[in-house]
Design a protein around this ligand. Structure first.
Ligand SMILES: Nc1nc2c(ncn2[C@@H]2O[C@H](COP(=O)(O)OP(=O)(O)OP(=O)(O)O)[C@@H](O)[C@H]2O)c(=O)[nH]1
Length: 130
């Protein structure tokens, strides 16, 4: 858990591990969650399907029904990454009902997309965008 202050907003951020054995514990953190950042490895085509099914299961959780969603199409600095369109299709983002969501091209290595994503989140939390 880390506390981050960005644009005068204080975020309590939980980084939940993605390993299979840890996934059952994700739900321990769902209560009072304003926003979910779901990070996809855009170079791992083999596991996009499992990532999508975990995401879809997560979206059915009652405690997350009002949470804002940000999907990071991460590792965009690598060769031939999946595009946000491909990831959106796989996760079924277009079919989500009554959700505020956005997908961003990101790289944790060079910082691409992170500022754009955080700015969108701040604006959205403050009610400026849907
Ligand atoms: N090239 C590149 N490598 C990345 C990027 N993000 C993470 N990695 C690498 O991917 C590997 C896994 O990164 P982690 O941050 O441990 O991934 P994680 O999803 O938090 O892992 P778990 O918590 O175990 O699920 C590390 O070697 C990172 O350096 C990225 O945007 N670009």
């Amino acid at each position: 858990m880390e506390t981050v202050i960005y644009k005068n907003l204080k975020f309590h951020v939980w980084d939940l591990g993605g390993q299979t054995s840890i996934r059952p514990y994700w739900r321990c953190y769902y209560g009072h969650t304003d926003a979910v950042i779901y990070v996809i490895d855009s170079c791992d085509r083999d596991r996009l399907g499992i990532s999508a099914s975990e995401f879809i299961a997560m979206m059915e959780e009652d405690e997350l029904k009002n949470s804002i969603l940000m999907i990071f199409a991460n590792k965009q600095d690598m060769e031939n990454p999946l595009t946000p369109t491909e990831i959106s299709k796989s996760l079924g983002l277009g079919a989500l009902k009554n959700r505020t969501w956005s997908i961003f091209k990101t790289s944790a290595i060079n910082g691409e997309g992170l500022e754009e994503a955080m700015n969108w989140l701040v604006q959205t939390l403050q009610g400026g965008k849907s």
